[in-house]
Write a protein that binds this ligand. Structure first.
Ligand code: BG6
Length: 508
C-alpha cells in the first residue's frame, strides 16, 4: 500500500505531540465521513502521536464500546481505501466516549475531570485538540463552556479549537463569532477549516507560482487579461434542503471555497512559507477586493435556481420542490459575479467567479487568460482567430495544470491551431486516495496554522460579498433566473462576460 504523501513541503514526517483529540458531534455525518476516515489514513501512515486518545463527546448516553462500533461502521462505509482491521483496531483502541452538552454547563465540569483522568492514564500530557464537528449554532456555546471551565488555558500544554465552515452567515455574524472566540482564546489556538485547503492542487497553486521562476514575472495586469474561477457541481441540493435554502450558493461557496482559490492565485509572494506571512498576504488581497455598491453588485452578478432536468441519468426536479425548501424561495442555487482587486498587480483585471448545483458536469478550476498576441503577424490570421492562451489549474475532477497555446498545423501553408500541454497529477505521483482532511488534521496536531483561515481573512471575504447578499435580498424574485438541471447554468452568466468581449472557457 502506498503511503500518503508527507503533508506540506517543508515538513518532515514528524509525529505530532502526544494529545487528546476531542470530537464534539462525534455521532454526526462529518465526524464519520471525514474526520475518522482521515484519522484512519494518518494511522495507516504512522502519523498519529505515540500517546494519543480520541474522545467522542456525545449528548446521549453512549458507551465507549457503542461509539467504537459506530465509528467502525462509518469507517467501513467512508474509508478511502480498504480497511485494514489491525490499523482500524489500533485507532479505535484509542477511542473513548464522554457525555457533555453545552446546554448543561455542569456536564463540562464533569468532562474536565474525566479528561484529566484519561490524559493521566494515556500519558497525553494535557495537550488537547477540540474539534467542533457540530452545526455552527453550537460553536459559540461549546467554546464558552470550554472557556468557563478553563479548558482553553495553555499552561505548559497546548489547547486548540477546530471549527468548520460556515463561519458566520454574513459580515456581522462572522465578526460576532470571531469576537466571541477571541475573547476566550488567542488567534493561534483557532483553526478555521476550509476543506479546499486540504486539496493537493489548491496547495499547489503556491508552489506553481513561487517555486518556479517563469510564472511570477507575467503574473500581473501587464500580461493577464482576466481570471475565471469555476466550481460547478453535478449534485443537487438533495437532502440538504433546510440548510441550503437558508444558505444559497453564494454563502455556501464564494466567501470560503472560491475565495481560497482567488486569494492563492492573487496574493503577493509572502516573505516566508510560514503561517502568519502567508495568511497576511491572503488577507491583504481579499481586503483589496473592490467593495461594490448594491447597484454595481446587481449589475455584476447573476443568480439563478435550477428547474427540472437530467444530470447524467438522473431526473432532477425543480429546486423549489426539494424537501424542506420554502414555498416561493428565492435562494439561488447558482451564482456568478465579476470582481476586481484594487491593487497595483491586478488593477483592471476582472476576476469572474461562478458556482452552481445540479449542473451538467463537475468541474473545479482556475483559468488564467493571458493577453492575446498584440499584432497579427501571420498572413490571413487575425489576432482574434488565434486560440486563447489559458493556463488552467484543474482541481477536479482531473487534478492537474494545462496550458493552451497556438501552434502551426503541419503542412506547407501557415495554418495555426490551439493545442494543450497537460500535466496530470496521477501521471506523475502515486498518492493513496485520501479525504483531503489528513493534511488539515495533521497540521492542527503539529500546530501549523498555514492552511487555516485567520479572523481577518474570514471577515474580508464576507465584506466583499456583503453587497451582493444585501442587493439580492432586497431584489427578491426580481432578477432571479432559472436554468435546467444538467445544463451549463443560466444563459445570463454568459452575458456577464460577453458584454466585456469575453467568454467562459470551454472544455476542450
Ligand atoms: C461544501 C458545501 O462546503 O462544499 C457543499 O457546503 C459543496 O454544498 C461542497 O457541495 C463542495 O466540496 P467539493 O470538495 O466537492 O468541491
Amino acid at each position: 500500500m502506498t503511503e500518503i504523501q508527507a503533508p506540506g513541503p517543508a515538513k518532515s514526517k514528524k509525529k505530532p505531540d502526544p494529545c487528546a483529540f476531542v470530537i464534539f458531534g462525534v455521532t454526526g455525518d462529518l465526524a464519520h465521513r471525514l474526520v475518522i476516515a482521515a484519522l484512519y489514513n494518518l494511522q495507516a501512515a504512522d502519523l498519529l502521536p505515540e500517546k494519543f486518545c480520541v474522545v467522542g463527546i456525545a449528548r446521549k448516553d453512549m458507551t465507549g464500546a457503542e461509539l467504537r462500533d459506530d465509528l467502525m461502521k462509518g469507517l467501513k462505509q467512508y474509508a478511502t481505501r480498504p480497511v485494514d482491521d489491525a490499523i482500524a483496531q489500533k485507532l479505535l483502541n484509542c477511542v473513548t466516549c464522554i457525555e457533555a452538552d453545552p446546554g448543561e454547563p455542569e456536564s463540562f465540569d464533569r468532562m474536565r475531570e474525566q479528561l484529566d483522568k484519561l490524559e493521566e492514564a494515556r500519558g497525553t500530557g494535557g495537550n488537547r485538540l477540540f474539534y467542533l464537528a457540530t452545526p455552527p449554532s453550537a460553536f459559540a456555546p461549546i467554546a464558552r463552556q470550554l472557556g468557563r471551565t478553563g479548558m482553553l488555558k495553555e499552561n505548559g500544554s497546548w489547547r486548540r479549537l477546530v471549527v468548520e465552515k460556515p463561519f458566520g452567515t454574513d459580515l456581522a455574524s462572522a465578526k460576532a463569532l470571531n469576537n466571541e472566540l477571541l475573547g476566550l482564546m488567542n488567534e493561534q489556538q483557532i483553526y478555521r477549516i476550509d476543506h479546499y485547503l486540504g486539496k493537493e492542487t489548491v496547495q499547489n497553486i503556491l508552489v506553481l507560482r513561487f517555486a518556479n521562476g517563469m510564472f511570477e514575472p507575467i503574473w500581473n495586469r501587464n500580461h493577464i487579461d482576466h481570471v475565471q474561477i469555476t466550481v460547478d457541481e453535478k449534485l443537487g441540493v438533495g437532502h440538504r434542503g433546510s440548510f441550503y435554502d437558508a444558505t444559497g450558493a453564494l454563502r455556501d461557496m464564494v466567501p470560503n471555497h472560491l475565495f481560497q482559490l482567488l486569494s492563492l492565485v492573487a496574493m503577493e509572494p509572502p516573505a516566508r512559507f510560514e503561517a502568519n506571512a502567508v495568511r497576511s498576504e491572503k488577507a491583504d488581497v481579499l481586503a483589496a477586493i473592490t467593495t461594490q455598491t448594491e447597484e454595481e453588485a446587481l449589475k455584476n452578478s447573476v443568480r439563478a435556481q435550477y428547474v427540472t432536468g437530467h444530470v447524467s441519468d438522473d431526473d432532477i426536479g425543480d429546486y423549489l420542490k426539494t424537501k424542506d425548501v420554502k414555498e416561493g424561495s428565492t435562494t439561488e442555487t447558482y451564482a456568478a459575479m465579476k470582481l476586481s482587486i484594487d491593487n497595483w498587480r491586478w488593477a483592471g483585471v476582472p476576476f469572474y467567479l461562478r458556482t452552481g448545483k445540479a449542473l451538467g458536469i463537475k468541474r473545479t478550476e482556475v483559468a488564467i487568460k493571458f493577453k492575446q498576441a498584440p499584432f497579427a503577424m501571420f498572413r490571413d490570421m487575425s489576432v482574434e482567430s488565434l486560440a486563447e492562451n489559458f493556463l488552467v489549474i484543474a482541481v477536479e475532477p482531473n487534478e492537474g495544470i494545462s496550458l493552451k497555446f497556438n501552434t502551426k498545423v503541419p503542412g506547407p501553408a501557415v495554418e495555426i491551431d490551439g493545442v494543450e500541454m497537460k500535466f496530470r497529477y496521477k501521471d506523475y505521483f502515486q498518492a493513496a486516495p485520501a479525504t483531503g482532511y489528513e493534511t488539515l488534521i495533521y497540521d492542527c496536531m503539529i500546530g501549523d496554522n498555514i492552511l487555516f483561515q485567520r479572523a481577518d481573512s474570514v471577515e474580508a471575504g464576507w465584506r466583499a460579498v456583503q453587497p451582493f447578499l444585501d442587493a439580492w435580498k432586497k431584489a427578491g424574485k426580481d432578477g432571479l433566473k432559472t436554468y435546467n438541471a444538467g445544463s451549463e447554468g443560466p444563459e445570463e452568466a454568459n452575458d456577464l462576460l460577453k458584454r466585456d468581449g469575453r467568454s467562459w472557457r470551454v472544455l476542450s
